[in-house]
Design a protein around this ligand. Sequence first.
Ligand code: NAD
Ligand code: UD2
Length: 307
Amino acid sequence: MARYLVTGGCGFIGSHLIERLLAAGHEVRVLDDLSTGKRENLPDSVPVTVGDVADPAAVDAAMSGVDGCFHLAAVASVDRSREAWLETHHANLSGTIAVFDAARRARGGGPVPVVYASSAAVYGDNPNMPLTEDAATRPLSAYGADKLGCELHARVADGVHGVPTTGFRFFNVFGPRQDPKSPYSGVISIFAGRIARGEPITVNGDGEQVRDFVYVKDLVRYLTAAMERPQPGAPVYNVCTGTPTTVNRLAEVLAAVAGKPLDRRTGPARPGDIRVSIGDPSRLVAAFGMACETSLEEGLRDTLAWL
Ligand code: NAD
Ligand code: UD2
């Protein structure tokens, strides 16, 4: 049994990770500012400190005595990073440095491993699909630039300060507990919520943008595996399926799985929207011996059942 800090643990991905950690018998504590996360995503038994991950004192206190940290706290929205550039930078990059810094002296004055969330947004407009981890990083958004910054500081954490880190470039994650009411939420939760309520959906632009959708329960298995076996050299891995889905097709499959008619409207293309994003999962599968296996239809069924 180990004791872990999960930053952003009240959020969508964090709550699934914590479910898995508790089932394995670990002790968990959370640091979250509840800006998008919800206390009710977690059992009452999990202690939650409400605080800012960019506040060094709050992070130091939360990190004290843990065996490792899963760092998921971030403003997880490309749109939001355009509207509130500096504010999201504090959470997304300064917050990550605060976590790495506190991890240097977490347990008995020594370092503990950090497993953290990066994003496919680091690849930006790189057209070389499917994207391998060695593909050039050309972020188009403040969000993507800050996630790339996290990866660079992870190298500093490892090489200069002896903090083992593993970064995961999540592609487009979906599943239960992704907030369907937030305009900053992922496309699947927004579409699923609207289709389930019989409301129209808005496709940004022509809807032929391509994404690689990953089911959340597949994803959290990699986070716990990386924590159990920290590796030197600050590795980063794509978390993806390698399967392309257009936004238009997603809408059609969702309506079919929900058994509802599709009322599709067209809105303006989103500024800075990436046209195609498909990952190559080879390195992930080789390192961890497991692939993201849940089909889009299966994952959508679970997501709709939760609504
Ligand atoms: P989420 O918004 O549900 O979770 C983020 C959590 O962090 C929330 O609980 C929020 O309240 C908390 N938080 C935000 N700012 C904070 C701050 N300054 N201090 C403390 N807590 C703060 O989003 P999610 O989808 O669960 O994302 C988790 C992580 O995965 C994020 O780092 C995100 O960038 C990354 N990610 C998500 C996706 C995706 O498709 N959902 C894809 C790539 C990367
Ligand atoms: C980016 C990252 C992803 C993750 C996420 C966090 C890329 C390729 N992906 O996701 O890894 O970090 O940010 O938020 O950088 N859309 C509509 N109608 C809507 C909502 C969305 O058409 O109502 C479109 C949107 O324009 C985009 C696609 O759906 O083309 C996916 O959008 P998203 O916001 O779910 O995620 P995305 O790809 O910006």
